[in-house]
Design a protein around this ligand. Structure first.
Ligand SMILES: Cc1ncc(COP(=O)(O)O)c(C=O)c1O
Length: 374
């Protein structure tokens, strides 16, 4: 159910009343200040202009300040990109090659792996789908892995889409130390950091070789406006810029919405986390009543829950197909792994409570239907 099929995805866009709970997008009503800023940008036709190549200066500074909230270092530079994914593409294009090995967790967010493969890199996915690892990469395991290749890149998704695990400060410190020993570049994908109960930055321990990614799609809910960033120190930052694709700047409406959002960010984040954690509770209560499903990490550090289909008694893809027939789009593990293809469901929680209630009302009968199919 990866919806790589472009026609299927377009059909989904054209269908009315689809409940989008498959992409971790944010469907809660936007903050009035953000809407106001977007409307202003439309009225004054800001979109006639190209944005500055590195992004609006005010936004670059705000992104850096946002990361400094963790008492993080003041150095580093910000490049505003067409969503975090464009920054990740640039990183893979510049750093992955036939001599490099990209190390990541299995499951993971796969697109940077695909970008790296195109550059000739090899990919090594380390299984983290077990309680023993806490659903996370361990420093000692990475140490052994980095010893196998002289040029490794670590793609660290934290909080981890799809499982919802999040690294503690000491865990990141240990990973940074191991990476330093092996001179490994770390790409710290922090797309979901605002949904975490506590989040830390690898760049505080290993600034010289960490690239941090930043997304406005999920916390702000502007996935369709394609606005994100990458953050790095020199010389990495300058090296990335040499091949930057968006020299004509990124979406100006998205950047203005992001500037407006930073002014109300604290209030907004506590508001959306209250709703999405409430939604997590509703789903969890429903899942607990069903013996064949089990939430892997609860509460999740992302705006989504990963729900395992126990002992292969039930097929995750069959459940997702049954939901789709009822107009509810959720994801399955095959989007995130070639190994765990039918093992778990992933359900987004930054959605109106009414959507969650509909999902919870349908889940028991869908489970019965899928059990009888097996
Ligand atoms: C881990 C991860 N990184 C990056 C992205 C893409 O972010 P953006 O929408 O800012 O391009 C996603 C989107 O789902 C994601 O899950």
């Amino acid at each position: 159910m990866a919806f790589e099929n472009i026609k299927e995805f377009d059909q989904l866009h054209r269908a009315e009343n689809i409940i989008w709970m498959g992409q971790n997008t944010n469907h809660l009503p936007a903050h009035p200040k953000v809407k106001e800023s977007l409307l202003r940008s439309i009225h004054d036709q800001s979109f006639n202009l190209y944005a500055p190549p590195y992004g609006l200066e005010e936004l670059r500074e705000l992104v850096l300040n946002d990361l400094r909230g963790n008492n993080s270092r003041k150095e580093a530079q910000v490049l505003i990109t067409d969503g975090a994914i464009a920054g990740l593409y640039l990183v893979c294009k510049r750093f992955a090659n036939s001599q490099t090995s990209v190390v990541t967790s299995d499951p993971t967010w796969v697109w940077p792996l695909k970008f790296s493969l195109h550059e000739g890199a090899s990919i090594r996915c380390i299984p983290v789908y077990d309680k023993w690892s806490g659903f996370k990469l361990k420093a000692e395991v990475l140490d052994a892995e980095f010893s196998k290749c002289e040029n490794s890149i670590l793609y660290l998704v934290d909080p981890l889409n799809p499982l919802g695990s999040c690294y503690e400060r000491n865990e990141l410190k240990e990973i940074a130390e191991v990476a330093k020993t092996h001179d490994v570049l770390i790409v710290h994908d922090c797309t979901y950091r605002d949904f975490a109960f506590e989040h830390h930055l690898v760049r505080d321990f290993y600034p010289q070789k960490t690239i941090t990614t930043y997304s406005f799609s999920k916390w702000l809910g502007i996935a369709g406006l394609r606005t994100g960033a990458i953050i790095a120190d020199d010389p990495i930052f300058s090296y990335l810029l040499e091949d930057q694709a968006n020299t004509l700047g990124s979406n100006i409406l998205g950047q203005k919405a992001a500037i407006a959002a930073f002014k109300i960010k604290d209030e907004w984040i506590s508001h959306i986390n209250k709703i999405q954690r409430g939604n997590q509770n509703l789903i969890q209560t429903c899942v607990e009543a069903l013996s064949v499903l089990n939430t892997l990490i609860f509460p999740s550090n992302g705006n989504f829950l990963a729900i395992a289909c126990l002992e292969q008694k039930i097929s995750a893809n069959a459940v997702a197909r049954a939901f789709m027939k009822r107009g509810i789009f959720i994801r399955t593990s095959d989007y995130h792994s070639d190994v765990f293809r039918d093992d778990f469901l992933k359900i987004s929680t930054t959605v109106p409570e009414a959507w969650v209630i509909k999902l919870c009302n349908e889940l028991p009968s869908i489970v019965d239907e899928c059990l009888s199919e097996k």
